[in-house]
Design a protein around this ligand. Structure first.
Ligand code: 5GP
Length: 141
């Protein structure tokens, strides 16, 4: 199978190294969870592995299990924290599939009845609004 190369300087690698700040929600030995800077809905969260994996095919099965266990545990709590009705779990592999950051990540996107998602990459959210959302979510984790 084709294996994509891992760029040590991709934006999420820099977040992991602490070179770029993030609104952190949760961290453990294998995983980092933070708010998406261009949220499609309030509470749009990214769950990333600490393995240097560019996509779903570059991580070990064990690592993937740990990553998805965090998604499974946090998604319903994040959904409730922002008062959403459902939660979309999304993950892209390759530019053709819509991937823009080549470090494996899973999107948690809370959805409210009748409320459309904002367009992808539309705009960077107000830092105060992100901080307030992060606070609300951290309170329930
Ligand atoms: P994907 O590769 O799955 O299409 O999406 C990458 C996601 O990362 C996008 O939803 C985008 O808004 C988000 N993103 C891009 N740069 C940054 C950043 O510097 N910080 C954070 N928190 N999110 C980012």
């Amino acid at each position: 199978m084709h294996m994509a190369a891992y760029d040590q300087d991709n934006i999420f690698a820099k977040v992991l190294k602490g070179e770029i700040p993030c609104h952190k929600l949760y961290e453990d030995e294998d995983t980092l969870v933070f708010l998406d800077i261009m949220p499609r809905t309030e509470g749009h969260t990214l769950v990333i592995t600490k393995e240097p994996a560019p996509d779903l095919f570059g991580i070990t099965p064990e690592g993937l299990g740990k990553l998805m266990a965090v998604v499974q545990k946090l998604a319903p709590k994040i959904k409730d924290a922002v008062g959403a009705d459902g939660v979309l779990i999304q993950q892209f592999n390759g530019a053709a599939a819509g991937q823009t950051v080549f470090h494996l990540h899973v999107h948690i996107v809370p959805r409210k009845d009748g409320e459309p998602m904002r367009p992808e990459g539309a705009k960077v959210a107000d830092p105060d609004a992100l901080a307030a959302t992060a606070e609300k979510i951290r309170a329930v984790l």
